[in-house]
Ligand binder design. Structure first.
Ligand code: GTP
Ligand code: MG
Length: 217
């Protein structure tokens, strides 16, 4: 029997759990919103970023990880986060909230501008240790997600798929989506071989994601 590729991340052991808890127990602060490479803060600490379609739950996930409601704006208006937003988590980590892609009503010029910026950021940020690509647990990987994954394949940044809104999907449906996601990920050499299932609403997977981040050096 062949083992399924891209298993769900295991629950962290006590040690990792505690490390993750400690890292995220420190203060989180909004640093700045960036619209050009020249505006990036100094690359003086470890960095992870969160990418995904508009409305997938990037800002909510950052709020859940940091335990700070309203830190990253979460809204019902898709496409609201237009800048690359930098947050500190303690003195050693940047959390980066990327603008959502795939928002149908965004003007072409705006989309092109930010795609250029995203490309530059993903390929040119030395301290970026991992890109988390968020995918709605109800919808699976869409063509726009696959495009971002392709971009990540060429940018030498490992990406890890995080399924969001797990609370909104039933178990049998979840398995179907998981298999679709696995098959999509298997086409991308930059994909980290593990998926994290999360709910920012209920807290599922948040301690796991925290400890994954603490293990990035
Ligand atoms: N039920 C449920 N709703 C969620 C979850 N995460 C986010 N949402 C909701 O989904 C909507 C979009 O969430 P955001 O965090 O703003 O999404 P985003 O990816 O930052 O969106 P953009 O900034 O527009 O790209 C909000 O109404 C959230 O409350 C979750 O885990 N469960
Ligand atoms: Mg957002």
């Amino acid at each position: 029997m062949s083992t399924l590729p891209f298993p769900l991340a295991q629950d962290p052991d006590e040690f990792s759990l505690e490390r993750g808890r400690k890292l995220f127990a420190g203060p989180s602060e909004f640093v700045k919103g960036v619209v050009a490479m020249s505006g990036l803060p100094d690359p003086d600490r470890l960095e992870v970023c969160f990418a995904g379609r508009s409305n997938v739950g990037k800002s909510s996930l950052i709020n859940a990880l940091t335990g700070t409601k309203g830190l990253a704006r979460a809204s019902n208006t898709p496409g609201r986060t237009q800048e690359i937003n930098f947050f500190t988590q303690g003195p050693e980590l940047y959390l980066v909230d990327l603008p959502g892609y795939g928002y149908a009503n965004a003007p072409v010029k705006v989309v092109e501008k930010w795609q250029r910026l995203l490309k530059q950021y993903l390929s040119g940020r030395q301290t970026l240790r991992r890109a988390f690509v968020l995918v709605d647990a109800r919808h699976g990987v869409k063509p726009v997600d696959a495009e971002i994954m392709k971009l990540l394949d060429t940018s030498a940044v490992t990406f890890q798929c995080v399924l969001t809104k797990a609370d909104k999907v039933k178990a049998n449906e979840r398995e179907k989506v998981l298999n679709q996601v696995r098959s999509a990920l298997s086409k991308h050499p930059a994909a980290f071989p593990e998926i994290v299932l999360t709910s920012s609403e209920k807290g599922d997977g948040i301690p796991t994601l925290r400890s994954i981040i603490t293990h990035l050096e």
